[in-house]
Design a protein around this ligand. Sequence first.
Ligand code: ATP
Ligand code: MG
Length: 441
Amino acid sequence: MNVNTLDTLAREIEAMKPARPVGRIVRAGRGTILVGGLQTDAALGDLVSVGSIAGLLRGEIVDISESGALVLPDGAGDGVRIGDPVTLMGAPVIAPSDRWIGRVIDPYGTPIDGRGLARGPIGRSLRVPAPAATRRRPLGMRISTGLAVFDTLLPFVRGQRMGVFSGSGVGKSTLLGQLARGMEADVAVIALVGERGREVREFVDQTLGSEGLAKSVVIAATSDQPPLTRRRALWSAMSVAEHFRDQGKHVLFLADSVTRFAEAHREVALASGETSSLRGYPPSVAHQIMSLAERAGPGVIDCGGDITAIFTVLVAGSDMDEPIADILRGVLDGHIVLDRQIAERGRFPAVDVLRSVSRSLPNACSDAENALIRLARQRLGAYDRSEMMIQAGLYTNGSDPDVDAAIRTWPALDAFVGEAYTDGPAVAFERLASCLGVACE
Ligand SMILES: Nc1ncnc2c1ncn2[C@@H]1O[C@H](COP(=O)(O)OP(=O)(O)OP(=O)(O)O)[C@@H](O)[C@H]1O
Ligand SMILES: [Mg+2]
């Protein structure tokens, strides 16, 4: 046993509480358990352990009144009886360690890749406030992403928070995997919420691959898991990202998907008595999403690293005004729209450049680069406006010089948007200039 392991054990023993408050079940059913005897000790959000063997069934306190503490169990709850003991475990924490890099864990920090895993020395709260706005650094330097479109037309900078919006099966998860592999960062923390079990395996083995996994921590909660576990996945992942950020590292935080997180929160909130409003979502969903997104971003002045974050959102029928997309868009520094028609013709990533925005522009690029981006957007816009006429053969060459130029450059520009690029933004801009048929200054 090495010194580090002994150190960790010593700290764990130190943190152990000699006694914990215990209550008794007074009512069970309808997805919740009412516990008597804990109402003075318990706080909202605290974890409990139901049954005489600690860890038998976990739960979270979602409501407290004079009659007792209402617990949402993290499981079916079959077999619990009136009078069973319920132990108060306190606020939920996760204890990340640098050795978690390259591993796949569940939202409680338990490994799910079949190998043992040590907890880190310090338990971090799952829900902490974002760094104070007045002490935060501004957005940082441009970073290379491994994909031509995000090195040029929709640039990323350190600490930027972006959303990826699309309908189902248009390439959100594949794009996240590509960015985890190719984006410049010290470590990537990837939260997979509500995926089918098979998809988690596919994502880790194929989309992320051994190269991507070697610099990532994957935190996964599959669709068959209880809503508390699924909701916890994003909070746990953010706490792990903050662990690395506080060491001064540049962390890439990838969340797939915020929609599944919001759905899990809806289940929890409705079970605890909140009423639904925003198309079935409870009013608290907006605060939950905004406070999570706000924890990512640039670190504080003089210390710490940054969390560059990408959140995916499933927009049914490409409805960008659906509540989750709408809430998230308001707190992000840009959004990437993936388009089904583009995916159907086989151009991946299926980014619709005209409907996507990076708010790090224009500061992220030089004047000459901004001029190239403007020209590319003009050309793509001119082609988009006339596409139906062009496809129908109704456009006559020479009628509009802008459309003529757009038709000439569109095939190269469209292919460029789908290119993988490992040489960094400067070379990618040269390539963009040659696609547009202009000299790169
Ligand atoms: N870069 C790519 N190259 C080739 N095919 C791709 C690419 N990205 C996505 N696809 C195709 O699109 C399919 C769906 O991709 P993906 O699972 O990433 O979509 P998604 O938006 O995450 O779906 P869901 O909404 O179900 O989570 C893939 O199985 C693959 O066939
Ligand atoms: Mg997906």
